[in-house]
Design a protein around this ligand. Sequence first.
Ligand code: NAD
Length: 303
Amino acid sequence: MRSLKILAADPISEEAAKEIRDMGELELSPTISSEELLEKIADVEILIVRSRTKVTSELISAAKNLKAVIRAGVGLDNIDREAAKERGIKILNTPEAPTQSVAELTVGLMLNLSRNICSANASIKAGNWEKGGLSGTELSGKTLGIIGFGRVGKMVSELALAFGLNILAYDPYSSEEEMQKASVKSSELGELLSESDIISLHVPLTEETRNLIGENEFSQMKDGVLIVNAARAELLDEEAFYSAIERGKIRRAALDVYWGKKPSEKLLAFGDRVLLTPHLGSSTIEARERIGKLLVERVKDLV
Ligand code: NAD
């Protein structure tokens, strides 16, 4: 039997690669450029990507033999799903694999924003013994607003309950009953914005959610709110976000995701008011292992 031509255009684990090799002809090109991929794609039958590779309509038009794109992870916003659907190309992902890791990073960022851990580390290593300026706030007793009560949002709420946070969640597609069961108060977006001390975003990037939080939404927030975004940068209107930091509406923000490939100069210039991580949400040994296992299952279903 002829084996399927599989191209991994982003990194996959060695274990997954070994098992996939038993099912097809696998080529690993984890740093391939979009131009090189466009040249190669005509022969590829299964394309494996993470978030780096953009599966554009141009790439899909050139992919004459493509049967499926597997996104190792959750977000599908790097894939032109309409173009793929028109060509009958399947889109698969491994959505459950990174949940725990993203939720844990989110809570870590919240703790860090509240207690200035990273700033304290930088300060002490610069030779200072600065306590006053690094005094923080507790999480306990504060209100956390979770926007998007899916896998990650729900897991963040479970972890946050242990810190004594009161939790509001906004998700028009999730039931009130489900939130009640999780000891979370279902709320409208306006209520969440005006009552939360910390706001964390956990919605996918779609046409509906792009710029979900803009000037109007920032102005409804409490003065000195803390923002955590480990979902997608474009959920926040970039200029409105900068302006909210400049006028102190946002006291501090932690971001794992950016409007361009990297943080802008303007964002970096905010210094300690922003805490930045390089898209580390699912970068754990455990998430990588789960992604690898699920990836192998997805390929198995296709061959
Ligand atoms: P999910 O699909 O389980 O949950 C998303 C939730 O958002 C759903 O419950 C959905 O109903 C809700 N939602 C959709 N539109 C909404 C809207 N307009 N307003 C409010 N809620 C809305 O996804 P998940 O597994 O929880 O992941 C959430 C997002 O986290 C992903 O889409 C991805 O962008 C991001 N993510 C980031 C990393 C990282 O490395 N930083 C890793 C994994 C996932």
